[in-house]
Write a protein that binds this ligand. Structure first.
Ligand SMILES: [Fe+2]
Length: 201
């Protein structure tokens, strides 16, 4: 296992390479040449193991970033954004997200936040929203993305979807898992909340 700082530097190098190569990422937000660093207090969750051991995360050109995010997993502060909400143990044990740039992550920036999101097959992440504008860029696997006012779409490696500020959106996996790089811009201080806190959808 490589050290925490080396693992996170590798993730940042992959983010810089993708930012330089992909117009959708580059046009979403600038990535400063120098990012402030901060120590990360690791926090483990069961879903981290699912991601680390998942052999279904097929990719198509984004293997290096996928593998960098997996290698950094043991050092990450895995989030429990929906602890204490109606989301039960099945979701809490299988939905995985950690921060690379932003609160709780190894780097900080005013211009963007960057997160890793993983879901195993057969999981539904209900409608939620947040003030920050958001870009999901699929690194591996496949998932269905739903957004109020738009048709659902199935995304695979190299595809992306934009979520406007406070527009409810949801994600569903079917036969495959997925891993995405998720970018935020704008008001990044407010966490996501469930759009229907008392029940489905
Ligand atoms: Fe979101």
């Amino acid at each position: 296992m490589i050290g925490a700082r080396a693992a996170f530097e590798r993730c940042l190098a992959e983010l810089r390479a993708l930012h330089a190569a992909c117009p959708a990422i580059a046009s979403f937000a600038p990535l400063p040449d120098s990012l402030a660093e901060q120590p990360v207090m690791p926090h483990d969750i069961p879903a981290a193991r699912l991601m680390e051991e998942d052999d279904g995360l097929f990719s198509d050109g984004f293997e290096a970033m996928r593998d960098a995010f997996i290698a950094a997993s043991p050092h990450a502060q895995w989030r429990e954004t929906y602890k204490g909400t109606r989301m039960g143990p099945d979701f809490m044990n299988r939905f995985a997200c950690y921060c690379l740039v932003g609160s709780g992550g190894p780097f900080v920036s005013d211009s963007l936040g960057a997160y890793v999101v993983y879901m195993p097959p057969g999981l539904y992440y209900p409608y939620h929203h947040h003030p920050a504008e958001e870009l999901y860029f699929i690194l591996a696997g496949e998932a269905e993305f739903l957004m109020e006012g738009a048709p659902s779409k199935t995304l695979r490696p190299g595809d992306h979807v934009f979520h406007p500020s406070n527009r409810p959106h949801a994600t569903r996996t079917h036969a495959h898992p997925f891993m995405a790089l998720v970018l935020w811009r704008g008001n990044m201080s407010v966490k996501p909340v469930l759009t229907h806190p008392d029940g489905e959808p």
